[in-house]
Design a protein around this ligand. Structure first.
Ligand SMILES: Nc1ncnc2c1ncn2[C@@H]1O[C@H](COP(=O)(O)OP(=O)(O)OP(=O)(O)O)[C@@H](O)[C@H]1O
Ligand SMILES: [Mg+2]
Length: 483
């Protein structure tokens, strides 16, 4: 039996998500170290995947609530010799056949009143809930939180998530997911006649009546199109029929949660108002955003630091994705979580945005506010923020920039080795370093599927990276410019 153990990549991810789901901040991490009778230096080695004392390793996992055998790098000769671990496995957050939307949901903070209100609505009269707001504001994460809500799980124990984040999103995916391959083939063979659509809708509604499903339609804006007046309608009318039937049915066992950057068209001619609810998401409150920074281990120790953090939160109006990429830069070298060090380097950028926002002529220059209270400003600011972050990442490590860009092509989450395959021309240490840099800067999200961890980009980061793809590929991969 080896005296030491080291944590595998997947194992570290398990521990990472377990501690995130408990919402551990610096304080709890200190208690973790204490309870496991270890030191910060050993915990650091654990995170780095380096060998540490076997007993300490098991204690670290025990306190985190994770089975150490799932965390340790496999050691074939000892595997058979050991009885199963005594620690309990953490309960899976979802049924194994449902992929979690996004593991970063485990970092969730705030929106408590909204969650309680929406849960209450869904367990009562609301049949279709639409979560709307600008990109990165937290719609998918909120849907994820609702899926894990105990009351909703009890009332609607059959979760199904359908993402419309595909090259050519269409209603076919709804048919395919709910009715299976058979009906799907039947539809594609025939013309999309009205009769056929009606029969399909009936079959879908019957399915939703058969069991209490909690359906999530993620990124439904991809199935909408705007007319000259800026009103949205579905590209395929069958969507409207589907939703209208859900609203019109005398009773329905299931519920649908939609996330969309654009407002849904009027459904069922605006009748059944109590059965449909739109929740417009705005940024996090200041105290929620402070709590979010704490999750990333960034805490103000002095009033000056608190003021800097507040100003960052204020200019980005509590936008979680913007704050996430800032926290990623702040946590990484050379700042290592030092708020003032970050401020002295980049505080001027925040001041510039403050000045722009204070300009009284700004409102006249920007487009009219659309569905939400935001002008286009915040959306633009967030995009610029992500672009700057990307630029700085590329300057710090061009291979990491290339890694991000090349993997932005894929919409679906892929495994780490598939990510690294894209930069296989570089030495393996450089590949590893680039991947870890993306993780440290919170630019990639881990997604768990059937106990395997895959990685994906938020769609805004993906778009920014795709824009840079050609340019960066040319520079980084052209002969003579390799770092
Ligand atoms: N309340 C929250 N607590 C912690 N993190 C959050 C919260 N809300 C959002 N985030 C984080 O912000 C990022 C963006 O959120 P999310 O992907 O849910 O946005 P979105 O509104 O669905 O964006 P899009 O319209 O582009 O799909 C995610 O990484 C998520 O983890
Ligand atoms: Mg989303």
């Amino acid at each position: 039996m080896a005296d030491t153990l080291s944590a595998s990549e997947d194992g570290r991810n398990l521990v990472y998500h377990a501690t995130r789901s408990k919402g551990w901040t610096k304080t709890e991490t200190s208690l973790w170290i204490e309870d496991a009778h270890t030191s910060r230096a050993t915990l650091k080695r654990f995170w780095q995947g380096k060998a540490i004392d076997r007993h300490t390793f098991q204690e670290i996992c025990r306190v985190a609530g994770v089975n150490w055998e799932e965390v340790a790098t496999p050691q074939p000769q000892t595997e058979a010799a050991h009885p199963p671990a005594m620690t309990l496995k953490p309960e899976p957050r979802h049924s194994p056949w449902i992929p979690s939307l996004d593991c970063t949901g485990t970092r969730w903070v705030g929106r408590t009143a909204t969650l309680a209100n929406l849960t209450d609505r869904l367990t009562h009269t609301t049949r279709v809930l639409s979560l709307v707001g600008i990109t990165g504001i937290g719609k998918t994460s909120l849907a994820q939180q609702l899926l894990t809500d105990r009351d909703l799980q009890a009332a609607f124990p059959n979760p199904i998530t359908i993402s419309f984040n595909s090259e050519s999103p269409s209603f076919d995916i709804v048919i395919h997911t709910l009715l299976g391959q058979q009906k799907y083939d039947a539809k594609s063979q025939s013309e999309q006649t009205a009769i056929h659509d009606r029969a399909l809708i009936q079959a879908l509604i019957a399915k939703l009546q058969s069991k209490p499903y909690l359906l999530v339609f993620d990124m439904l804006e991809t199935c909408l199109t705007a007319d000259e007046q800026g009103q949205h309608r579905f590209k395929e009318p069958i969507f409207e029929q589907f939703f209208s039937q859900i609203l019109q049915a005398e009773s329905i066992a299931s519920r649908v949660i939609v996330t969309s950057q654009d407002q849904l068209p009027v459904l069922a001619e605006g009748r059944y108002q109590e059965r449909i609810h739109q929740e417009l998401l705005t940024g996090l409150t200041s105290s929620e955003a402070i709590a979010l920074f704490q999750q990333w281990q960034i805490e103000a120790a002095t009033p000056t630091e608190a003021d800097c953090l507040q100003r960052i939160i204020a200019v980005y109006e509590g936008h979680p994705l913007a704050l996430q990429v800032i926290a990623g830069e702040m946590s990484d070298a050379p700042f290592d979580g030092e708020i003032l060090a970050y401020w002295s380097e980049y505080g001027h950028e925040v001041e510039t945005v403050e000045a722009i926002k204070a300009d009284p002529q700004l409102d006249a220059r920007t487009d009219q506010p659309r569905l939400d209270r935001y002008t286009v400003r915040l959306k633009d600011l967030v995009k610029q923020r992500v672009e700057k972050t990307f630029q700085r990442l590329y300057e710090a490590n061009s291979i990491a920039g290339l890694l991000l860009c090349k993997n932005a092509v894929a919409r679906i989450p892929t495994e780490r080795k598939a990510w690294l395959f894209q930069i296989r021309v570089f030495p393996s240490e450089a590949q590893e370093a680039a991947f870890e840099l993306l993780q440290r800067r919170f630019l990639i999200n881990a997604v768990q599927y059937k106990h395997r961890v895959r990685y994906q980009l938020h769609c805004l980061i993906r778009r920014v990276a795709l824009d840079a793809l050609d340019h960066i590929t040319e520079i980084v991969e052209s002969p003579g410019t390799h770092p």
